[in-house]
Structure formats: C-alpha cells, structure tokens
Design a protein around this ligand. Structure first.
Ligand code: S3P
Length: 426
C-alpha cells in the first residue's frame, strides 16, 4: 500500500497482560512454594486480585512490576475475616468464585456498583451443579455472592451457555477441587490463558475440539514467569497508528496468543499495513508489532470472531469511524454486560463526535469515512470506553474531553502519559 511515512517510528511498551496477571496470582496462591511473576499488570483490577488473595491468607510481596507469591498448596487458603472486594474486576470475582467453591469455609465476594450489576448466574449455576452452596442478590443473579465451598462433584459435560473465558476458567478452578474429571464444552473458542498456565504450574489439562478436561486434586508447583504485554492495552496504540495517516507505531513485547489476536486480524482486514518481528513461541506467544497509518475500509465482524476481540470492540468502533464504508458487528450482546453497556456507550460517544452509528440488540454499525469532531465523552466509568475515545480524539477536529479519565487506571495507569508523549511525537 502506498503510505506516506512521516519518518520516525514511535515505540511503545504496553503494561503486562491483565488476564494473564490475574491467573498467575491465582495459580501462584494454589501452588506449593514461591511463585515469581514479572511484568505483572500495574492496573487496579490485578491489584484487587492480590488483595483478595492476601485476605485469604496468602503472603504476597510486590516489588514494582515483580510479584512474589508464597502459595500454600492444597488447603493453603483460610477463611477471610471480611468480605472480599473485587472492585471493578469481573475476572477477579468470577475466577475466585471457582477457587472458593472448592474451599471448606465461607466467603463473600463483592465489588463496585458496576460489578454488582453484572450477571453472575453464569458462574452460580455451574458451581451449584458441582455441589457448592452459594447465593447472591436477586436470587443468585448478582453479587455480593456468598460461598460455602468444599465437597465438589465434577461436571461431566458442561456446555457453556456463553463463550466466556471467565466462566470457563471459573469451572476449571472449581474442577481442580472436585473428585474426578470435569469437562467443559465451548461454543466458540475463548481466550485460553488458564489452559496454558496449568502446564506451567505442573498441572495437566486436555484441551481441543471445543472441549476442556481437567482432573481434580492435582499438585501444582510454584513457577517463575514473565507476563507478556497486554494486547488489549496495545490495541489503543495500534489503532492510533492505523487511523493517523503517515504514522509508524511499534509495539514491543506484546502477547500474540491467537485466541486474543482478533483485533490484529480485523485491522489487517480493514487494510492496515502491519509487520511482526521478534516472535517468541513460548507458553504464551509474544513479539513486536509495527503498524503504519493509511486508508482503512469497513469490515463485517461476525459472531464467531467476537470472543478473540471482545475487549477491543470499542477501539475497533473508533477505527470503523475513520474507515470508508459501513462496519457491522453482530453476535456481540456480551458487550452489554461488561464494565458498562458498551454497545450503548460506543454508539452514544461516536454520535457525540459527529459519526453516524446505531445500536442493534447484539451489536452496532458505523458509517465511517467522514471527519470526526471533538466531543464530550461519557466514559460511564469504563476504562476501555475512556481509552478508545481518547484515541478517537487524536483523529478529530477540535478538543475531546473525557468525563472520568481516572477510570483508565483499572487496566492502564500510564495511558494518559503515553498519549501525551505520542501527541508530542506526531
Ligand atoms: C477475560 C475474559 C473476557 C474479557 C475480560 C477478561 C478473562 O470476559 O472481556 O476483560 O481474563 O478471562 P468473558 O470471558 O466473560 O467474555
């Protein structure tokens, strides 16, 4: 593609992956011995996971982006003396619920206003079937959740009603505490970080053909691991590179797990020029990605593509606003159950920037290609909405203001500084 380059390449190193960081802390707490995690996510969500694990009796030391976790092995968790606050983090609540369902004590999981509105029946139902005693507000639909665990039975074949890595991982953790083998059937593959991490901690798990099988009561051993950069955080800079003509942005050390890379594939389908280098094929593949700004064209995102880019749909919508033609996203009703109703937030904020866009029950559409104008962005306390529209502001005429930039710290505390640096370099 004939792209005019403005010369200098800008390199950005994203923070450690949020999904992988949560899991490393939880596996570390369950394993016997000292786990050392480097490049742990600096966001508030992953700090909430560490605080909950400390309240469960796990000794954790944080030294910058290094976290040392002294896991207690089987029976190593103790009853917390207070409720466990998962703050804004769905991953903390849903994955911990799976672990706590296997413990012979009572615990209560709660969170902020947003998390207490999010659906929990998806984990409550399978955990009840495994024999855990748990309940929540609105008849078990919402947090706070009260869990009295222990004595779990395996689920012989549990078909996930939604393609959700959080639900899958919750059941994997519960399955580790059940006598026998638990089998989960996935409608569409979702991120497989839990499955990959099991082997790193000396556990066994079989996955393939839409099935995940895990045996209970395995001995997990402590591990040392480095968390790759977060592709979901990198997505904002990749999008900035893609939508700003002539730009050249290089992302260093980012996770390239195929079950998370849907956004890269979507950007390529939109016509974005991309180069990969320094590929490392380890327990979690990673490498460097470079994007070059140039013309983009609209795409259709079908339901089967959604799980691999579910968190990137707000920033994909921003790319769609710049791309020529009509982008249509379907099969993404899960977006209504994230930190905010993201379908509504995406469309409202695109419209505030002068873009023609609309909602459907399970997705949205965007008529792209016109000029964006600066606007007032309603973040709804949702970090990914805030970051997506801060990037949209780069391509807009006039000023764009976010009502609550503070919410970005949930996943990416240094985002605004990097954005300022990027603006100066452009
Ligand atoms: C996550 C899975 C996704 C994603 C969330 C993190 C995880 O949720 O939206 O931000 O770490 O497992 P679902 O699996 O529920 O879609």
């Amino acid at each position: 593609m004939g792209t005019a380059r403005c010369g200098r390449s800008i390199t950005i190193k994203p923070p450690g992956d949020k999904s992988i960081s949560h899991r490393s802390a939880m596996f570390g707490a369950l394993a016997e011995g000292e786990t050392v995690v480097t490049n742990y996510s600096p966001g508030r969500d992953c700090a909430a996971t560490l605080k909950c694990l400390q309240a469960l009796g796990i000794s954790i030391e944080r030294q910058g982006d290094r976290v040392l976790i002294k896991g207690g092995g089987p029976g190593g968790l103790r009853e917390p003396v207070d409720v466990l606050d998962c703050e804004n983090s769905g991953t903390t609540m849903r994955l911990l619920a799976g672990i706590l369902a296997g413990q012979q004590f009572m615990s209560v999981l709660t969170g902020d206003d947003s998390l207490r509105r999010r659906p929990m029946a998806r984990i409550v139902q399978p955990l009840l079937r495994m024999g855990a005693r748990l309940d929540g507000r609105e008849g078990g639909l919402k947090a706070p959740l009260v869990i009295r665990g222990g004595g779990l039975r395996p689920l012989e074949e549990y078909a996930l009603p939604v393609a959700s890595a959080q639900v899958k991982s919750c059941i994997i953790f519960a399955g580790l505490h059940a006598e026998g083998t638990t089998t989960i059937l996935e409608p569409v593959p979702s991120r497989d970080h839990t499955e990959r991490m099991m082997a790193l901690f000396g556990g066994e798990l079989r996955a393939g053909g839409g099935r995940v099988c895990v045996r209970g009561f395995q001995d997990l051993r402590a591990a040392s691991l480095e968390v790759p950069g977060d592709i979901s955080s990198a997505a904002f800079w990749l999008a900035a590179g893609a939508i700003l003509p002539g730009s050249d942005i290089r992302i260093e050390g980012v996770g390239l797990n195929p079950s998370r890379c849907g956004f890269l594939r979507a950007l390529q389908r939109m016509g974005c020029e991309m180069e990969f280098s320094g590929l490392r094929d380890e327990w979690e593949p990673s490498g460097d990605v470079r994007v070059f700004g140039g013309p983009l064209a609209a795409i259709e995102v079908p339901p089967e593509d959604v799980p691999a880019l579910v968190d990137e749909l707000p920033i994909l919508a921003v790319c769609a606003a710049v791309a020529r033609g009509k982008t249509v996203v379907t099969g993404a009703s899960e977006l209504r159950h994230k930190e905010s109703d993201r379908i509504s937030a995406i469309v409202r904020n695109l419209q505030a920037m002068g873009v023609t866009a609309g909602e459907t029950p399970d997705g949205f559409w965007v008529e792209g290609g016109g000029r964006l104008r600066g606007g007032s962005i309603e973040t709804r306390g949702d970090h990914r909405i805030a970051m997506a529209f801060a990037i949209a502001g780069l391509a807009a005429d006039g000023e764009t203001a976010l009502d609550d930039p503070g919410c970005i710290a949930v996943s990416y505390p240094g985002f605004m500084e990097t954005l300022e640096h990027l603006k100066e370099s452009l």
